[in-house]
Design a binder for this molecule. Structure first.
Ligand code: AMP
Length: 277
């Protein structure tokens, strides 16, 4: 497994790879969710490249960029046994050199949900992912359903900018008690960690209601809110029952839909979602 920092070296190594290339973009501090993406990439592509880059432009001014957990040595030891060919760990100076001024922005689909809480977030995400795609030129790129809106935004960008790349979205990997794995779970301590299962319980309760025949989206949102509000430690930022592709809020669930939420517990912001088919 080769670890590369520089762009020229990345390009040279990429050129030497024969066959298909799968890219797994990450911000490091890897967990089993990331590893599931890498395993799927490995099973579908001749070569796998993992990028590790804590992208400063997707963090808002008051967010946790400086505190975002980092442990490259541990990350490399987790990736190595999976047969990854190349790990690219560019620096912020490589991705955004002095004088940098080009941005990729996706419109309507970035506005609701995460976009409503983090107005500059997706501009950073789409810009860095476009740069990763240009540098690596993968055939397939792997993202997690955990960040459902991010996956939808990337799909939209790939369609709109004609990237010849298959976007593969992988299921959410969860802890035994239902909490969706996330690098930020490290911040959850004691009672907050226990309380964090409330997201899974709220989504599960809405799903039970849906499976019993409820198709009124407001009733599903209401059920999620009710369960979340039963946890005194949780502050709800949003609950949503939206169209799976457009992410527009629904009145009635007809086709594929996304139940999603953002909740703050202590100092930790958590997101989670279920897909209704
Ligand atoms: P991050 O390092 O948080 O930027 O995540 C890198 C990729 O891993 C993104 O595509 C995430 O959606 C995905 N991911 C994060 N957590 C999970 C999880 N619990 N299950 C599946 N994929 C995940």
């Amino acid at each position: 497994m080769k670890t590369i920092i520089g762009l020229d070296e990345l390009r040279a190594s990429r050129l030497s790879l024969a066959g298909t290339v799968g890219l797994v973009p990450t911000m490091g501090y890897l967990h089993k969710g990331h590893l599931s993406l890498i395993r799927l990439a490995k099973s579908e592509c001749d070569n796998v490249i993992v990028s590790i880059f804590v992208n400063p432009t997707q963090f808002g001014a008051n967010e946790d960029l400086s505190k975002y957990p980092r442990d490259l040595e541990r990350d490399l030891s987790l990736i190595e046994p999976l047969g990854v060919d190349l790990v690219w760990t560019p620096t912020a100076e490589i991705m955004y050199p002095t004088g940098y001024q080009t941005w990729v922005e996706v419109d309507a689909i970035t506005r609701p949900l995460e976009g409503s809480m983090r107005p500059t977030h997706f501009k950073g995400v789409t810009t860095v992912v476009a740069k990763l795609f240009n540098a690596v030129q993968p055939h397939k790129a792997y993202f997690g359903q955990k960040d459902a809106q991010q996956a939808a935004v990337i799909r939209q960008m790939v369609r709109d900018l004609n990237f010849p790349i298959d976007v593969i979205v992988c299921p959410i990997v969860r802890e035994a008690d239902g909490l969706a794995m996330s690098s930020r779970n490290k911040y959850l301590e004691g009672a907050d960690r226990k309380a964090a299962t409330v997201l899974f319980h709220a989504l599960s309760a809405a799903k039970v209601l849906y499976e019993s025949g409820e198709r009124n989206a407001e009733a599903l949102r209401g059920k999620m809110k009710e369960v979340l509000e039963s946890e005194p430690r949780a502050t709800v930022q949003y609950v949503s029952c939206a169209d799976y592709d457009s992410l527009e809020e629904l009145d009635v669930v007809k086709g594929k839909a996304l139940l999603s939420m953002a909740v703050v517990l202590g100092k930790t912001r958590l997101i989670d979602n279920f897909v209704l088919n």
